[in-house]
Ligand binder design. Structure first.
Ligand code: GLN
Length: 303
């Protein structure tokens, strides 16, 4: 039996399946139906998307067909593609994702850009022994800190998350990119295990939960049915975590250290008020994402 060729269903070639699935997705209002069909089929066949077209008349074997059907069903039930295939591209790097972590968003690349703009490649310490240290809070899949560590290897990186499963996944992602010695991951609820007398950082960065509780159920089903609510829920006004981080981070920053945060598209004024009331920061700057929303805020600890 072992050496017998797998039985293939001549009815269902790659190209036929792509056509059928695309129109099925269309009729169910699934975003980008053709590319979704391609990504799912390529995943099932363990091929690159482009290779689908080099083998367009290849029929699928029964096993592959049933796997593909399962993935179509999952997508129709609104499970995000990234969870079905288990990876998401961010900063041109592939990150493993599971339902334990938020899927990295394109707008979060602005947070990476903002951090990189403050981190000279040579670490700003040529010839000096103490590299600058950077902490990410609520790292999830690790995408943000790993993208930064990949771009700027000469710094010391730390990243925490409350979820043990997230930390495991982030460590897995660090290995995937050969960055396992670059970032120290640890389990923590914001600043709880840190002691400001002992540990300070040159930069603290976070994309905390910032969605108002009552708004979550009105987001796309892909988000509220599948993504971890704890990574989205910023409490009644959406600002609970941002407020806590802003009011606490200055105690953990070195002189002139920077705090960088991703914020909701309509939170600029509220966040500015929180920063002003706190009174421990200067040089506050908001940066827009590619859709034109104020998405990132950076501030320096007051001297
Ligand atoms: N940008 C995410 C969304 O709109 C929210 C991420 C967050 O709360 N940090 O779903």
């Amino acid at each position: 039996m072992q050496n017998q060729p797998k039985s293939r269903d001549p009815e269902w070639t790659i190209i036929k399946l792509l056509k059928w699935t695309t129109s099925y997705f269309k009729s169910h209002d699934i975003d980008s139906p053709r590319s979704t069909a391609e990504i799912l089929l390529a995943h099932v066949l363990e091929l690159k998307r482009i290779d689908l077209y080099l083998r367009y008349d290849q029929p699928l074997c029964i096993n592959e067909l049933s796997k593909f059907k399962v993935s179509i069903k999952r997508r129709i039930e609104r499970e995000p593609v990234a969870y079905i295939v288990g990876v998401k591209e961010f900063w041109s790097m592939d990150f493993a994702v599971t339902k334990d972590v938020l899927i990295p968003r394109p707008e979060t690349e602005c947070l990476v850009e903002a951090a990189l703009s403050l981190l000279p490649e040579d670490n700003g310490y040529i010839g000096k022994p103490s590299p600058k240290s950077i902490l990410e809070l609520g790292t999830g899949s690790g995408a943000v800190i790993l993208a930064i560590a990949f771009m700027r290897p000469k710094y010391i990186y730390f990243a925490s998350d409350r979820s043990v499963k997230a930390i495991k996944l982030a460590r897995q992602n660090s290995k995937r990119h050969g960055l396992d010695t670059a970032v120290s991951f640890f389990c923590a609820d914001w600043f709880t295990p840190l002691n400001s007398e002992k540990k300070r950082f040159d930069m603290i960065i976070s994309n905390p939960p910032y969605v108002q509780t009552r708004v979550i159920g009105r987001l796309q089903p892909e988000i509220y049915k599948y993504e971890p609510i704890s990574a989205l829920d910023g409490d009644r006004d959406g600002l609970f975590c941002l407020r806590h981080i802003i009011n606490t981070a200055h105690g953990y920053l070195n002189r002139k250290g920077s705090l960088l945060l991703e914020i909701g598209h309509d939170q600029k004024n509220d966040v500015r008020n929180i920063i002003d009331q706190c009174g421990n920061y200067e040089h506050v700057l908001f940066k827009k994402d590619y859709s034109g929303y104020d998405r990132v805020v950076r501030m320096k600890k007051k001297r």
